[in-house]
Design a protein around this ligand. Structure first.
Ligand SMILES: *[C@@H]1O[C@H](CO)[C@@H](O)[C@H](O)[C@H]1NC(C)=O
Ligand SMILES: *[C@@H]1O[C@H](CO)[C@@H](O)[C@H](O)[C@H]1NC(C)=O
Ligand SMILES: *[C@@H]1O[C@H](CO)[C@@H](O)[C@H](O)[C@H]1NC(C)=O
Ligand SMILES: *[C@@H]1O[C@H](CO)[C@@H](O)[C@H](O)[C@H]1NC(C)=O
Ligand SMILES: *[C@@H]1O[C@H](CO)[C@@H](O)[C@H](O)[C@H]1NC(C)=O
Length: 419
């Protein structure tokens, strides 16, 4: 575990869940979370259990179908105009989820453990449109990065059915801390740069293993939350990497908290931890390309302008580490690391270079970091956009999103032509 104070930070978020407020330039945003809870006995459904092969789980879910980390979700296609979900008892109280039909904007609702929520009915936006996406598709993501849901069962109208969606052709994994998880952005996971990256590339399945103070925890299904300690004590489920296809690209952004001297993480300890994560990724997914993102801090005002806080976080350590990974000597005999057994071993098999440095300097500016030292929605969008372009230029991935990458409620504009 790298970070100490970040755990305190997550504890704080836990306390503030019930009264979170979204601020726009200091003003409170009006939110309208739908009330979707229904009495199931008033409906006639065809019901699928959580283990139905038609349900594609995105991100990490444990053997009880409990979600972990940031923006985990489910998706499937369906017939009829009804989708309801019964949430299991292990669902966090009043957790916020986003969901949508096809590529339309997200709708939000707080869900209740043990309750059934009617998420799609004929009046849901998109329900009356039969194309171009056909049959209808449904996607749900947990927006609160610190909380989770348990899928109990999924229902469609009586006589209708779920249809499995094929995996998309590309896969991204983002490994990060609170800055990737979406802490302090409007809709947390669904406003994070990690979501923007995955959704914005298009035709890409994405998984965001981001949580304050992640590290060897990447090898496990659950994050490092209080919720996980209650669920598992000292025995978290190891993540079964065979459950999902290997990621093609893994983006790693960890350490912004750690370079804070208050956390007392030494530069060598940081470099060692980051090295092990990359060696862990290479062990699990030998063909994955790894992008290490440099870290960023906040800005301060000095006189009549703004400047980045110095130092910019383990710069030399990151550069040295990337150089080491790309040295001929290393490529000849790379090391893989297993975070469960905590064992490193040499593969004895030459590999092609796979570690890249993405320098974030100059992307975000003073106004892109909120008062709690995390990217604002705009900051997150900037990071995601630059990263997409980097991936396009480095790996030749075309940007294939055709409209449905939606950062909910970021539609700010001026409607006055003569303003
Ligand atoms: C819904 O979730 C949001 C985000 O966690 C929270 O701020 C809000 O208080 C919740 N609303 C209800 C009615 O529980
Ligand atoms: C749900 O509906 C059933 C049948 O109409 C009724 O018996 C039951 O009391 C209802 N439950 C709640 C919590 O309203
Ligand atoms: C799925 O779960 C149901 C009960 O929830 C069980 O009866 C069934 O055997 C399970 N199927 C598989 C394939 O695990
Ligand atoms: C910081 O870490 C070092 C090495 O682990 C330790 O010796 C030192 O006491 C720590 N300082 C504080 C303030 O915790
Ligand atoms: C990123 O670029 C800036 C500006 O060129 C440079 O000062 C900094 O050292 C670079 N950071 C890394 C980690 O290479």
């Amino acid at each position: 575990m790298l970070s100490i104070s970040s755990l305190a930070v997550s504890g704080l978020a836990l306390l503030s869940q019930a009264s979170a407020t979204i601020l726009q330039n200091g003003q409170v945003r009006l939110t309208s979370f739908l009330n979707t809870q229904v009495n199931q006995s008033a409906y006639s459904f065809t019901t699928y259990s959580a283990n139905a092969s038609e349900i594609s789980y995105q991100g990490r879910w444990d053997s009880k179908f409990v979600s972990w980390w940031s923006a985990p979700g489910i998706k499937f296609a369906y017939t009829g105009q009804t989708v309801a979900v019964t949430f299991g008892e292990l669902t966090s109280p009043r957790v916020l989820i986003g969901y949508r039909i096809g590529g339309l904007d997200w709708q939000f609702t707080n869900v209740t453990a043990g309750a059934t929520h009617l998420l799609v009915s004929p009046s849901t936006p998109g329900s009356s449109q039969t194309g171009p996406i056909s049959p209808w598709t449904f996607e749900l993501r947990v927006t609160n990065w610190a909380f989770g849901i348990q899928i109990g069962s999924v229902h469609v109208a009586a006589g209708e059915k779920l249809i499995k969606l094929p995996d998309l052709s590309r896969r991204i994994e983002v490994i990060g801390d609170s800055l990737a998880a979406g802490m302090y952005t409007s809709y947390e996971g669904l406003s994070s740069w990690a979501y923007g990256l995955g959704a914005g590339l298009g035709n890409t399945d994405y998984s965001i293993t981001a949580y304050p103070g992640i590290l060897h925890q990447w090898f496990y299904t659950s994050d490092t939350s209080y919720r996980a300690s209650v669920a598992y004590g000292d025995n978290p489920e190891a993540w079964d990497f065979s459950k999902r296809p290997a990621a093609d690209i893994v983006v790693i952004n960890i350490g912004t908290n750690d370079q804070n001297s208050a956390n007392n993480v030494s530069a060598p300890a940081y470099a060692d931890a980051l090295t092990k994560i990359i060696q862990g990724v290479h062990g699990k997914w030998p063909n994955a390309q790894v992008i290490v993102m440099s870290l960023w801090l906040g800005f301060y005002q000095s006189g009549n302008s703004y400047f980045p806080n110095a130092p910019q976080g383990f710069v030399k350590e990151v550069q040295d580490m990337v150089r080491m990974f790309n040295s001929e000597q290393y490529l000849d005999n790379p090391v893989v690391y297993d975070g469960v057994t905590k064992k490193s071993s040499q593969t004895g098999k030459r590999t092609k270079a796979f570690v890249h440095l993405f320098n974030t300097s100059g992307i975000m500016q003073h106004n892109d970091i909120g008062p709690q030292w995390h990217p604002t929605d705009v900051g997150a969008i900037k990071v995601a956009s630059h990263l997409q372009q980097f991936i396009k230029l480095t790996f030749g991935w075309e940007l294939q999103a055709t409209g449905p990458e939606i950062f909910h409620e970021t539609l700010y504009w001026n409607d006055e032509p003569g303003y």
